[in-house]
Design a protein around this ligand. Structure first.
Ligand code: SF4
Length: 370
């Protein structure tokens, strides 16, 4: 299990190792036939900032070979912002005084009609973590309401057992997103002071349990700004590497959201600038050629345009981050969206840069043999 891999490392020692990499280490990584863990650390290090140009050229060429000129497009649907956790950085923190919403059947139908009419065929269902109010029965009912409109339905919800993931899979869910937020156990405990999310290892094992249950896609992530970001990115890379090696039937992707303004005004550990963000993207691509790299609408339109040729494979578009947000702009967003372009505008930009927006790369009938 990945927890056994992680147990071999000390977060602080790893941070020191990454920060002590030299320009020579970066040059060795760039010249290597295969980028190993030590090379990856060098590419994530401050010493690699000088080498962004050759890293970008290599990342572009690898991505073109493995993924062609395609960008998979998806949109999130926030079903509920009910949450029993108190993550200090999140607007859905149960201590925050925001309107709490659980979409009704009619609202789900209305929201998914709008998303479908936007041209979206890959949907990501997002909830806070409240298994009693928004558990498997609610999720299965939601999937049944919408699944005829979408080719792929993924979930970003509380961590489940293999049995519950299998149940979701049997009702038409084909993918899972589960962010660890930070791989530093001490920081993790500090920013998750109460609720079931305190259980670091249960969360860490979520992606493995999802892969055991048969999910076709699994997305990992670390929230940049919570902890020293280069070290968190190193462990995110190792986590993805472990899953790719052990679950070859499942496509693994990563996201690295930066903390944005949300209710609660959490003070970030550090601000991650655009140059560092680009460097992290490139380092991941050079380390793992088949890894999906996802950039959401948390990032600005201009920045997302510039990231396109640098290893990215999937992007959200037209997103709303509050339950009911596609029908009405509400209070209680999980975070502010920066790229507010419509799906059509966004896809036009992608085409203008020589890429193909992919609205459908999978069909549920592949699962059921329908
Ligand atoms: S990050 Fe997730 S679990 Fe934590 S408060 Fe927000 S919605 Fe709840």
């Amino acid at each position: 299990m990945f927890k056994d891999v992680l147990a071999k490392y000390d977060f602080e020692d790893t941070r020191k190792f990454i920060h002590s990499r030299t320009e020579r280490d970066v040059e060795l990584a760039l010249g290597a036939d295969k980028v190993d863990e030590a090379h990856f650390a060098a590419l994530l290090s401050p010493a690699a900032v000088k080498y962004l140009e050759p890293m970008a050229a290599e990342a572009h060429s690898i991505t073109k070979r493995r993924f062609g000129n395609t960008i998979k497009i998806y949109a999130p649907l926030y079903l509920s912002n009910e949450c029993t956790n108190s993550c200090k950085y999140c607007g859905f923190n149960h201590k925050n005084d925001i309107p709490r919403i659980i979409l009704s059947d009619e609202q789900i139908k209305q929201e998914t009609d709008i998303i479908h009419n936007m041209g979206i065929r890959h949907i990501l269902l997002v909830t806070g973590e409240s298994p009693k109010k928004v558990g498997t029965d609610y999720l299965i009912n939601s999937v049944n309401i919408m699944k005829d409109k979408f080719n792929s339905v993924c979930i970003e919800v509380y961590p489940m057992s293999v049995e519950d993931y299998s149940l979701m899979y049997s009702h038409g869910v084909d993918g899972l997103t589960m962010f660890q937020e930070t791989y530093n156990r001490t920081k993790y405990a500090d920013v998750h002071p109460a609720g079931m999310k305190r259980d670091f290892e249960w969360r860490l094992g979520g992606p493995e349990r999802g892969a055991e249950a048969g999910f076709r896609t699994i997305g990992l992530g670390a929230l940049m700004g919570l902890e020293e970001f280069r070290t968190d990115q190193f462990f995110l890379g190792l986590h993805a590497h472990y899953l790719i090696k052990n679950y070859w039937k499942t496509h693994i992707s990563i996201s690295f959201p930066r903390i944005r303004k949300a209710s609660g005004n959490f003070q970030v550990h550090e601000i991650v600038d655009d140059v560092s963000y680009v460097q992290m993207t490139l380092a991941h691509r050079l380390f793992q050629h088949d890894l999906g790299i996802n950039i959401s609408t948390r990032e600005s339109a201009e920045f997302r345009n510039n990231l396109l040729p640098l290893g990215v494979t999937q992007m959200s578009a037209g997103s709303k981050t509050e339950p009911g947000g596609y029908s009405n702009e509400n209070e209680g967003k999980q975070f502010e969206v920066e790229d507010k372009r419509s799906v059509e505008e966004f896809c036009n930009m992608i085409r203008s840069k020589g890429y193909d927006p992919v609205m459908k790369d999978w069909d549920r009938s592949f699962l059921s043999g329908e």
